[in-house]
Design a protein around this ligand. Structure first.
Ligand code: 13P
Ligand code: SF4
Length: 305
């Protein structure tokens, strides 16, 4: 089966668009109409005039698209594509945490369920987190969740004392200082570009810390020719396409030559084709929940213009 051709036909016939996160397999990135980071996917989902959005990423990205575009059909290739970070923050436990810290503004990373977003004042992604936190007074009491490493990084660069939920991404937590240091020795001129979901000890030995989009932009502007890229290795596909004369190195992690998110990689061309053909699985969100969850997401989009 020529999946690429079949998907293109179905897409046209159904006025559908395909969105893909940078952590998708190269084959999926290459058939997508939009490839971007979490922020860009939310922004595109909010303004598309397609009838169907196929979200190739993980479940919370499909939910965010549906919340922002409730009249569209939002399809995901595999409903098992979850997120360990979103799973590390159950809504009932987060609600108790909020109760324990009265009068705090609640800032949540987009990697959360709709139920957690409904408890949130403003959503952020790794691209805009620092800028949005900076819109609040320096001494404002803030709860930041669920990614401890991202919150800890923002606290360290802003001198804030946000109260942090202790959640983590199992992919970014896998990188080790020993491996990054060994690569630095091997490629002494290569800057280390790190996603803020990584542990503090990794951030401390990095030359640049930023979201997937920020890392991509940094590599384009930098005079260096080789880069050590400390995030999910899917981003290297886009980096190599965008800057073919530069070299990008993905650190190995225990048991694997590069670090892939097993959830992100559940999506395949065959599943994209099938979900478009059957218009299933579809993201369905309770209307009352969606009405609560949309507010902090729209607030984020307004603050990111
Ligand atoms: P960004 O897309 O904001 O860089 O976040 C990375 C991520 O872990 C998405 O799941
Ligand atoms: Fe979640 Fe981490 Fe996978 Fe991103 S890379 S989807 S944060 S588990």
């Amino acid at each position: 089966m020529d999946w690429v051709k079949k998907i293109a036909e179905l897409k046209k016939q159904k006025n559908a668009i395909i969105m893909a996160h940078y952590y998708q397999d190269a084959a999926i990135q290459d058939i997508a109409d939009y490839v971007g980071d979490s922020l860009a996917l939310a922004q595109w989902a909010a303004k598309t005039d397609a009838d169907i959005i196929v979200m190739c990423g993980v479940h919370f990205m499909g939910e965010t698209a549906k919340i922002l575009s409730p009249s569209k059909k939002v399809l995901v290739p595999d409903t098992a594509a979850g997120c360990s970070l979103a799973d590390s923050c159950p809504a009932d436990e987060f609600a108790s945490f909020i109760k324990q810290h009265p009068n705090h503004t609640v800032i949540s990373y987009v990697n959360t369920t709709a139920a957690v977003k409904a408890l949130t004042d403003v959503v952020v992604t790794s691209t805009n987190a620092k800028a949005i936190v900076d819109t609040f007074p320096k001494d404002a009491p803030i709860i930041f969740g669920p990614d401890y490493n991202l919150g800890n990084y923002i606290n360290s660069v802003t001198g804030r004392k946000m109260v942090l939920w202790k959640g983590a991404c199992h992919v970014h937590e896998k990188f080790t200082v020993d491996r990054i240091k060994a690569l630095k020795e091997q490629y002494p001129d290569a800057p280390v570009l790190t996603h803020p979901e990584c542990k503090q000890e990794i951030v401390e030995i990095s030359d640049y810390v930023g979201s997937t989009q920020a890392i991509l932009n940094y590599a384009g502007k930098s005079d260096a020719s080789t880069f050590i890229v400390v995030t999910e290795s899917g981003i290297l596909h886009k980096m190599r396409q965008a800057y073919p004369t530069k070299t990008f190195i993905a650190p190995s992690v225990e048991g694997a030559a590069c670090n892939e998110c097993n959830y992100m990689r559940l999506n395949t061309l065959e599943k994209v084709y099938n979900c478009l053909l059957n218009e299933s699985p579809q993201i369905i969100i309770d209307e009352e929940l969606a009405q609560k969850a949309v507010k902090p997401i729209v607030r984020m989009l307004d603050l990111s213009k």
